[in-house]
Ligand binder design. Structure first.
Ligand code: FAD
Length: 398
């Protein structure tokens, strides 16, 4: 049993948790970050993936903005360009782990199993036996508890259906027939992972076409191109520029408007770096929705509805739902029910103040959980800088 009372406990050591930790520890606040570092990126994203975000938009945040991906690549002689060289996921992970060692050296890699309120403080159970108390808690668990599985697959046993988050490597599927469901970046990345591992892959999506972001093209861009589509951390365009530069204005929009924008902005388009590894190599059935799924022999029979009202059947050995992530407070297993009940939500995600504080004073949320409050930037590492600086400004005064 550890008796020390922390000023701030940060749950999660992904880009947001590590960035918040790097800022808060310089303020003289007793801060500790908990969790295995970069776990989602190391274990739940396709190996070999190239990041959708540009190099300049793939930083963790420290107070002096010194430990950037650009500086890390320069020091380690890794090819880098702000927009023209895609960032391999392995480079991003190594960079983030180096950031952690330098900026958040006191990381506790154990998981937080439970958080409850005791005498006006929060008690966190760490691992199986230890606990700490903290005056404030920052929940920085990113996408890790929010994988969204279509209900139509819920009757299938685990060996026949899974979520894209379950697959970091594709070797177990070599020589097998696999269906990947979805039309976004997760779906194309997972289909490529499986195809390159030797699986016979078919991608099935509701949309009639798959979209890929356009590449950086010829650089430098003309003044006209810059005016029409200004650069932003979410890719070029005025809307993206608005969402990255003015998250406080976004925060003032009515809740229903915010939720709609977060659902729709950027749509499901995949990153341009993966386009050539997908198109012409992987089979697709577009304009189809899976309306039923049943075990059939050693595999699965899918019933598909077409846009013109017909149904088709398709058999496969395994279905992977690359159907994204939906924030939902009820799915955070470590939050004691009494805490959860005190937190108001917007479309299942916590409602947050301009300082990322929930309606339960002292409990803060970042990343995907904060997207309905601060906009689409929170779905990407790019939002970590704004978040960490805002948390630091707010918490230093308390
Ligand atoms: C296929 C795919 C591709 C993507 N590509 C990009 C991209 O190119 N660029 C980009 O910016 N974003 C990309 N994203 C989005 C990416 O997930 C977020 O940008 C990023 O992970 C946000 O960081 P985070 O710190 O909020 O969360 P995460 O990276 O999800 O980290 C959360 C951490 O919380 C930890 N955790 C969870 N529960 C506990 C607990 N109880 N105790 C302790 N720790 C806990 C986990 O171990 C995890 O390490 C992609 C997502 C997917 C699925």
């Amino acid at each position: 049993m550890c008796a020390a009372a922390l000023d701030v406990a940060i749950i999660g050591a992904g880009p947001y948790g590590l960035s918040a930790g790097a800022h808060l520890r310089t303020l003289g606040l007793e801060t500790r970050v908990f969790g295995p570092p970069m776990e989602v990126w190391r274990r739940h994203m396709p190996r070999g993936m190239l990041l959708k975000s540009d190099g300049f938009a793939s930083n963790l945040s420290d107070p002096q903005s010194e430990f950037t991906l650009k500086n890390y690549c320069a020091q380690n002689k890794i090819p880098y360009d702000d927009t023209r060289i895609p960032v391999p996921v392995e480079v991003f992970i190594k960079y983030a782990l180096a950031f952690q060692k330098e900026m958040v050296p006191e990381l506790d890699e154990r998981r937080v199993e439970n958080v409850e309120r005791v005498n006006g403080h929060f008690r966190l159970q760490i691992g199986e036996r230890d606990s700490v108390t903290a005056r404030r808690v920052v929940v920085a668990v990113g996408i890790s508890h929010y994988a969204s599985m279509p209900t139509v697959l819920s009757g299938l046993p685990p060996g026949r259906a899974s979520h894209s988050a379950d697959h970091h490597v594709g070797t177990a599927f070599k020589g097998k027939k696999v269906v990947v469901l979805g039309g976004g970046a997760s779906a194309t990345n997972t289909a490529i992972l499986m195809h390159e591992a030797g699986a016979d892959v078919l991608l099935i999506a509701r949309s009639n076409s798959l979209e890929f972001h356009t590449g950086p093209g010829d650089q430098p861009r003309s003044l006209w191109q810059k005016l029409r589509n200004p650069s932003s951390g979410l890719g070029p365009g005025w809307k993206s520029r608005f969402y990255t530069d003015l998250p406080d204005v976004f925060h003032r929009f009515p809740a229903s408007h915010r939720v709609r924008i977060v659902d729709r902005h950027l749509g499901p388009a995949s990153g341009w770096p993966m386009r050539d590894r997908f198109l012409g190599k992987i089979s697709m059935l577009l304009g189809r929705e899976v309306v039923a799924a049943q075990e059939a022999g050693a595999g699965v029979r899918l019933t598909l509805a077409t846009r013109d009202g017909r149904t088709e059947e398709h058999e496969t050995e395994h279905v992977i739902a690359a159907t994204g992530y939906q924030p939902d407070l009820a799915r955070l297993p470590f939050l004691d029910a009494s805490l959860r009940d005190s937190i108001a939500t917007v479309n299942h995600a916590p409602e947050l103040s301009v300082n990322f504080e929930s309606t339960l004073p002292g409990v803060y949320f970042t990343g995907l959980s904060a997207a309905n409050s601060f906009g689409p930037m929170m779905r990407f590492a790019y939002g970590a800088d704004f978040t960490a600086r805002r948390l630091a400004r707010h918490l230093r005064r308390r």
